[in-house]
Design a protein around this ligand. Structure first.
Ligand code: SAM
Length: 220
């Protein structure tokens, strides 16, 4: 890529999601990215040949503008749309500039959905985590793939917010026509400063990948 996401250097399990996509969906399948930000995952998915539905509520991430980076510097960051245009990938991406939790669940059917560390944002705490997960699941066609990496609790305040969750706690949302394919977790680790985090800070992250049964007989 000619440009970098502001989130380029944060830890991710995206390679595990991509490996499952390659096994289970067509090379030109549609993948929804919830909390697309400035395109850390949207651009590689589009460049790999997938069609992408990018859902993001933050206008700065989508359109670019002035951001504060660690070290008190202010820079003009490119947004998702400019980055897509620079890479000639804009035509492969449908933008939905909305709060994923606002209004009715999105009326889109995709072969896969992915989110990276989005649902723990405080703007989502007024709705149960189950609703965020359910809205993601509704986007996935039978036979498709669900992928989420998420923050696990580290600080005391996190333990009272269900949106800092764990692979075990998420399992109950994947009964019925879902098969959990893979869960992973990190220990607590230190991450270097990045946008929104001016100092070294601690995280613990989890991953859950699941597949939706393709037919009724899959469930028997
Ligand atoms: C941690 S950032 C993304 C960083 C990540 N590594 C990446 O580039 O995908 C999470 C993003 O999710 C978005 N987000 C969180 N809740 C959302 C919601 N309800 N609707 C749409 N976007 C949301 C935030 O605005 C933010 O841009």
């Amino acid at each position: 890529m000619q440009t970098q996401s502001l989130w380029e250097h944060t830890l991710t399990f995206f390679p595990q999601f991509l490996a499952v996509l390659r096994e289970r969906v067509a090379p030109d399948a549609t993948v929804a990215v919830v909390g697309a930000s400035d395109g850390k995952f949207v651009l590689p998915l589009a460049a790999a040949g997938y069609r992408v539905v990018a859902i993001e509520r933050d206008a700065l991430a989508v359109h670019g503008g002035e951001v504060h980076l660690p070290g008190d510097s202010k820079v003009r960051a490119m947004g998702l749309i400019d980055r897509l245009q620079r890479e000639e990938l804009r035509a492969r991406v449908q933008m939905i500039e909305e709060d994923f939790l606002a209004g009715k669940p999105l009326d889109a059917q995709c072969e896969a959905v992915w989110t990276s560390c989005s649902w723990h944002y405080s703007a989502n705490h007024h709705r149960p985590l189950a609703e965020f997960v359910d809205r993601m699941q509704r986007l996935v066609r039978p036979g498709g793939v669900f992928g989420a990496e998420f923050m696990m609790p580290v600080e005391k305040r996190h333990h009272s917010v269900e949106h800092y969750t764990s692979p075990e706690r998420l399992h109950r949302h994947f009964l019925g026509d879902w098969d959990v394919l893979l869960t992973l977790r990190t220990n607590e680790f230190t991450e270097r400063p990045h946008i929104g985090q001016p100092h070294d800070h601690s995280h613990r992250m989890g991953l859950l990948l699941a597949a939706r049964s393709s037919t009724l007989t899959d469930r028997l």
